[in-house]
Ligand binder design. Structure first.
Ligand code: FAD
Ligand code: MLT
Ligand code: ZN
Length: 482
């Protein structure tokens, strides 16, 4: 073993350096941060460190490196793959106290914010200056900028604005040797070789600790129209999306797929949730179209297109939100799906991507293959159809013991789904990352060239392997854990 548990002298030094607000070993204070959001993995940490600024982060990393102690960076702990769950003997490094908005300007459309800023707080800050930060997801009330950058998060506006990488203009990070990389100046052009900013994005805390980021803002929305549509298949949904894009261009900002079972879970578990349509539909699409300030509201045009689509039997029914409250209620049906699924019980979750045009056929072909192999398993494919990214989740047969079914089938179910995805040229992680829950499958399916390059980069920047060990980067055959 290369890595060591922190000795008492190191802990005492950290305690002195960080003070009472920045250091604790109290089990009560640490408890909420030791288990992942899904409740799948419980970790352990020698201490919870909450630095107040980048200098404290740099000192922690330098001291931990000198003592060969592992560091696990953590933001809101909303990872879907237990990426921020600490490993035994590690220092859990929370960025949650670092939540300053250092600058935000409508002139250059950039916000420079510390890693612990919560996504919804950034949304509010941007709105206050007539701008917006166009990345949103169900965990926006807890997920932090550091975590969102480190997972290259996607969410529900990728269709128009891309994932976090596309919105990242600059980064500040403490590298594994304790040095500070200052790359916040949001240059539109910068060709000084390898892009460290993009290397740290999606690195899941394995290459350093992000302390701040410069993020691109876009003009605030003038008005929006949000529709809830009933249709018979993912294929019809994709055809509807292409129709909307043809007629409305990039004003189509959101297009999410929700199956009957998904809506059912939200109606069952989320207080106040109501089905916007009268009849039952096998599939639904949530559509958001926006217009800039000064332009006509998009509801009328969207209504015309949906009416035409209904006449052509492309869709079965649709309703456009009559006001902002209803628009939010439609979005809540989508955003609460993960929470409703969690309340319902354990499920085998997947986060797959295939080329966009191939996704409807993938769902149609994979579904019967899965139920043939796992009879009566309940399928819940939902999400970002327009990005070719579906959460192809699978639950136990109705009425059976969920935990027992999960324990028995979890690994085999995921292998089947991931094999099918790999055969279709896809990815087993579209937006959640690898963390620890997907590590074995990633090692099995990634191929030696990808894995070799990943390991070489990791080793070059973090030769001792102190940054978030056991996540993202699989060990090489025969390699000992750090
Ligand atoms: P954490 O969970 O704390 O950490 C995530 C990873 O980043 C870990 O590997 C951690 O070590 C690392 N990390 C955290 N902070 C830093 C830092 N400052 N420096 C270096 N490394 C760091 N994801 C999507 O992409 N799209 C979605 O639509 C989506 N919806 C979600 C809905 C719900 C209800 C939930 C619970 C999660 C959802 N997610 C989604 C998962 C998503 O990955 C996270 O919400 C978010 O990206 C993580 O932010 P966080 O601050 O909670 O990070
Ligand atoms: C979502 O799109 O809601 C998320 O990525 C979370 C999930 O997969 O449950
Ligand atoms: Zn998602």
């Amino acid at each position: 073993m290369n890595l060591l548990a922190p000795h008492s002298e190191l802990l005492a030094t950290l305690q002195r350096r960080l003070g009472p607000h920045g250091f604790t070993t109290d089990p009560f204070d640490m408890e909420p941060w030791l288990t992942d959001w899904r409740g799948r993995v419980r970790g352990e940490a020698a201490a919870l460190l909450s630095p107040a600024n980048r200098e404290e982060v740099a000192d922690i990393v330098r001291l931990a490196g000198a003592a060969r102690v592992a560091i696990v960076p953590q933001g809101g702990n909303t990872s879907m793959v237990a990426g921020a769950t600490p490993v035994a003997g590690s220092l859990l490094l929370s960025l949650r106290r670092m939540r300053a908005i250092r600058s935000i300007s409508p002139d250059d459309n950039i916000a420079t914010v510390e890693a612990g800023v919560i996504l919804s707080d950034l949304h509010d800050a941007a709105a206050a200056i007539g701008r917006r930060f166009p990345l949103s997801l169900g965990a926006k009330g807890s997920a932090t900028i550091g975590g969102l950058v480190s997972t290259n998060a996607g969410g529900t506006q990728v269709l128009r604005f891309g994932t976090m990488r596309a919105l990242l203009a600059g980064i500040e990070a403490v590298l594994p040797d304790g040095s500070l990389f200052e790359g916040l100046s949001a240059l539109r052009k910068d060709n000084r070789g390898y892009d460290l900013r993009q290397l740290l994005a999606g690195a899941e805390g394995t290459l350093g600790v992000i302390t701040a980021a410069s993020l691109k803002l876009v003009p605030a929305v003038g008005s929006r129209a949000v529709a809830w549509v009933g249709l018979e298949s993912p294929d019809a949904a994709l055809r509807l999306l292409r129709l909307l894009e043809t007629r409305l261009g990039d004003r189509v900002e959101g297009f999410e797929l929700v199956p009957r079972e998904g809506l059912g879970l939200v109606l069952l578990h989320v207080e106040g949730a109501r089905n916007p349509l009268a009849a039952d539909h096998a599939w639904h699409a949530l559509v958001e179209v926006t217009a800039p300030e000064g332009e006509p509201e998009p509801a009328e045009r969207l209504g015309e297109i949906l009416a035409w689509a209904m006449q052509e039997t492309l869709i079965q029914d649709a309703v456009i939100a009559a006001n902002e409250g209803q628009a939010q209620a439609f979005w809540a049906l989508r955003d609460n799906l993960s929470e409703a699924e969690r309340r319902d019980g354990i499920s085998v979750k997947h986060d797959i991507a295939v080329p966009v045009a191939a996704m409807p056929a993938f769902i149609a072909e994979a579904s019967p293959m899965i139920t043939a192999a796992f009879p009566a398993a309940r399928l819940l494919p939902f999400g970002h159809l327009g990005d070719g990214n579906i959460h192809f989740n699978i639950r136990n047969p109705a009425g059976s013991d969920a935990a027992a079914w999960f324990a028995q089938n979890n690994v085999a179910v995921s292998r089947l789904v991931h094999d099918l995805v790999t055969k279709a040229g896809g990815s087993l992680s579209a937006e959640h990352g690898i963390g620890q829950l997907k590590l074995a499958e990633f090692a099995r399916l990634a191929g030696p060239v990808r894995l070799g390059a990943l390991r070489a980069i990791k080793h070059a920047l973090d030769p001792m392997g102190i940054m978030n060990p056991g996540k993202l980067v699989p060990l090489a055959p025969g390699e000992a854990a750090p």
